[in-house]
Design a protein around this ligand. Structure first.
Ligand SMILES: [Zn+2]
Length: 163
């Protein structure tokens, strides 16, 4: 399946925000998107339910990308979650709704709902998960092909990225 114009445009838009100097790493791109939106995006690792690689949590004044603790290909997952955000997939509102209705939504429950969401259709009838995957693949490919003077480093140590 070829990458949709929508996804290509979103990847271009994110790369346009990349810092003009120094290395362009994925966490730096996330920070650039965050600055552009005027809404903080926090990165954190967490013990997520088995089978869940990452999670985008939307709070009223900020977003959090949670990455499964110890995940080897975390950059791919981070790019995937960023894809959901920039592509406007707001499917996790269901999560927010659940949190309002229950004192504490357990991680297991969140995992269950995320699994339910897998394969869901986006607003335009496009499979949101597929779109986020396409976005992640293209972004990481393009990051790896930036000119040398931008010294792109996709693989930053997890500890450096998440502080
Ligand atoms: Zn997803």
């Amino acid at each position: 399946m070829s990458t949709s114009r929508n996804v290509t445009r979103a990847v271009n838009a994110v790369l346009d925000l990349a810092p003009r100097r120094g290395e362009v790493s994925l966490p730096r791109l996330v920070a650039a998107v965050s600055a552009d939106r005027g809404r903080p995006i926090e990165l954190a690792t967490a013990e997520l339910p088995a089978g869940v690689c990452g999670q985008w949590r939307q709070y009223t004044d900020h977003d959090v990308f949670l990455i499964q603790h110890g995940l080897p290909a975390w950059d791919r997952t981070l790019a995937h979650e960023l894809g959901h955000l920039v592509l406007g997939h707001e499917g996790i509102h269901v999560l927010e709704a659940a949190r309002e209705n229950t004192e504490i939504a357990s991680l297991e429950l969140i995992g269950y709902m995320l699994n339910q969401r897998t394969g869901c259709m986006g607003p335009s009838g496009v499979d949101a998960e597929q779109e986020a995957e396409d976005f992640a693949a293209l972004l990481i490919y393009r990051l790896g092909r930036l000119p040398c003077d931008r010294s792109s480093i996709v693989q930053v140590r997890l500890g450096e990225a998440f502080g």
